[in-house]
Write a new protein. Structure first.
Length: 613
């Protein structure tokens, strides 16, 4: 009994110290933390020490057991509440409070161990008898539950039946509350359940797949604090991880809101999602992606191939294993899997067009392009001589400007291809139209010489964008010259002449193919990342940071992209470069943002199994 009394006293001292550390002087929700912790500690002391031990009131033994079952849950609630206010406690307070909570949990578990039925006989015979009676009643509760709802039994034992029903309801509520808090603690420190919200990891994961993520070795933290278990887990390329979405704000208010939404998500076993942004849209947080870039690497994604280099190797080399999980064309997948995929981003024809455009771009010869650009400029100049021009030059005469050079937007409101007919007519009539066309077609080589033995811009990605810019210029230039020829040929050019002209049809078909390619190219390519410094020296992913992408590359808004888009030129090597709308903004993820590795798919049952990286 002395051991038991000592444990009660130690527990109360620890809980009292914990309560003192939850004191907040801010007029927000954190002020209630101390009230909850202190009140529960006082009740614990009054019932367990004063009534049970001092006053020898044996009938309180069951209440004492229940109190110590709830103590960890009540105190962790106070812990969270203290950190849900506008001002966070300092690191030392966080550390001491976390350690005290762990000590309280250990002491309460030991007290419950001493109060187990088989230990009570040696502790206190009267307590043992009371607990045995309670356990006997619970043993028959399932039978009583069925019996209590029997109409004959209710007529014969109405008062007993109501009492049994009420007791049974309380037992269920008690069991439910303890189960919920147990799940929360398991989710914080051991594992967590997630539902796959999108098709970014097809075919590895489908929408509504549910996975278990093991967190213990990933340095899990106490809720809303910086205190937790040490980082043990290291990640390899190919590991599937769950991590906090770095695109969203991580200020205090957002973190509290996220924690509460995850709390609801956990206790409903991934059925209820309440984590929404300021617009009411569901947040994609956390994310499930695959680790593809490791600390000490510099990456580049080119035509669907991931390249990496390190400080010990100056040359980019293809990451061979990447091809085993990167999904570019979903069309060849088995019919059983395809039937469960809602969105297949590219058709077989579009996938084939992508490969064709990339092949044409790689084969592009700078000298041949330069020669054709000069020829097109000369042809347009000769045709333009037959047209009258404005003698006044002003800003409205600038046909090729920031807006007109846009080749692609997500809303498709305006593009260079769509406006090429209007551009052609304006160039024939505005002042210096021939000069503007010449600069558009030829400035790229007048300011520097390019040859096929060197990469324009110094790397594959920059070179590819420069070449794509030239491919687009050739198509636009050919259309403008052909339009000018049609305008100059006769005053009776009909709509049918425009629609059936073979030269225009061929170039329009090429324009459509280029447009379709540009619409998806940011999913298939990524510039050198991290970018080189201002002196051109390579920069690498820092220690304890990783780069992630979704397997379904055409349908994954991942660490390659921002949630905001902008218009930018295809290349900085041409002052008249065409532009497009992009959200390319790669970033790496710090280890502390990673919640753990996805280890088990537990739903649907037909896809149950360990996740192989």
């Amino acid at each position: 009994m002395k051991k038991f009394s000592t444990c009660i006293i130690v527990n109360l001292i620890l809980a009292g110290l914990f309560s003192l550390l939850t004191i907040s002087f801010h007029l927000d929700i954190s002020a209630f933390a101390f009230l909850i912790a202190a009140f529960f500690t006082l009740v614990t002391g009054y019932v367990s020490y004063y009534l049970l031990l001092k006053k020898k009131k044996d009938n309180y033994i069951k209440a004492v057991i229940r109190i110590f079952q709830y103590e960890p849950f009540v105190l962790i609630s106070a812990y969270v509440m203290r950190r849900s206010g506008n001002v966070a406690p300092c690191y030392v307070i966080d550390l001491l409070t976390s350690l005290l909570w762990c000590a309280v949990v250990i002491s309460s578990l030991y007290i419950l161990f001493l109060l187990r039925e088989k230990n009570l006989d040696s502790l206190n015979v009267a307590w043992a008898e009371l607990v045995k009676k309670s356990q006997t009643r619970k043993t028959h509760s399932s039978f009583s539950r069925v019996k209590a709802f029997s109409s004959d039994y209710r007529r014969e034992n109405a008062s007993v039946t109501l009492k049994d029903i009420f007791r049974e309801i309380l037992e269920w509520i008690d069991a439910l509350i303890q189960a919920v808090f147990t799940i929360i603690l398991l989710n914080i420190f051991l594992f967590q359940l997630y539902e796959i919200p999108s098709e970014s990891m097809v075919p590895t994961f489908l929408i509504k797949d549910r996975v278990a993520v093991f967190k213990t070795f990933a340095g899990p933290k106490f809720p809303l604090s910086r205190i937790g278990l040490p980082y043990i887990q290291k990640y390899d390329r190919g590991d599937i991880v769950v991590f906090r979405n770095p695109h969203y704000s991580d200020d205090r208010k957002s973190e509290v809101k996220t924690f509460m939404s995850q709390f609801i998500y956990m206790i409903t076993l991934t059925l209820k999602k309440t984590n929404v942004d300021e617009n009411g849209e569901l947040k994609y947080d956390p994310l499930v992606k695959r680790v593809v870039g490791l600390p000490g690497e510099q990456l580049m994604l080119m035509d669907g191939t991931l390249y990496a280099r390190t400080a010990s190797s100056s040359d980019f080399e293809a990451v061979e294993e990447e091809s085993s999980w990167a999904a570019w064309n979903l069309n060849p997948l088995a019919a059983k899997i395809k039937s469960k995929i809602k969105d297949i981003p590219l058709s077989s024809a579009e996938a084939e067009n992508t490969l064709l455009i990339e092949s044409e771009r790689r084969k592009l010869n700078f000298e041949e392009v330069k020669k054709e650009c000069l020829e097109l400029s000369e042809r347009f100049k000769n045709i333009s001589l037959t047209f009258s021009h404005s003698d006044v030059t002003d800003s409205a005469d600038q046909v090729f400007n920031k807006s007109s050079l846009v080749i692609f937007t997500y809303l498709n409101n305006y593009t260079l291809f769509a406006n090429v007919n209007d551009i052609s007519l304006r160039l024939l009539t505005v002042s210096d139209g021939t000069g503007q066309f010449d600069r558009f077609m030829n400035d790229w080589h007048k300011n520097g010489m390019f040859n096929d033995n060197q990469l324009a811009g110094g790397d594959l990605y920059s070179d590819s964008r420069f070449r794509l810019n030239l491919m687009i210029k050739l198509v636009v230039g050919r259309l403008i010259v052909r339009n000018a020829e049609l305008y100059a040929g006769t005053d009776n050019v009909t709509d049918l002449d425009w629609k059936t002209d073979t030269v225009r049809l061929i170039q329009q078909e090429k324009a459509q193919r280029l447009f379709n390619y540009i619409a998806h190219m940011d999913q298939r390519n990524m510039p050198v990342f991290p970018a080189n410094d201002s002196a051109g020296n390579a920069v690498y992913i820092p220690e304890n940071s990783y780069f992630m992408m979704g397997d379904n590359r055409y349908n994954s808004l991942d660490m390659r992209h921002s949630y905001d888009s902008r218009i930018e030129p295809l290349t900085s090597l041409d002052s008249y470069s065409v532009s497009y709308e992009t959200n390319m903004e790669p970033r790496y993820v710090a280890r502390e943002k990673i919640l753990g590795k996805a280890g088990l798919r537990f739903w649907p049952i037909s896809r149950f199994g360990l996740i192989k990286n």
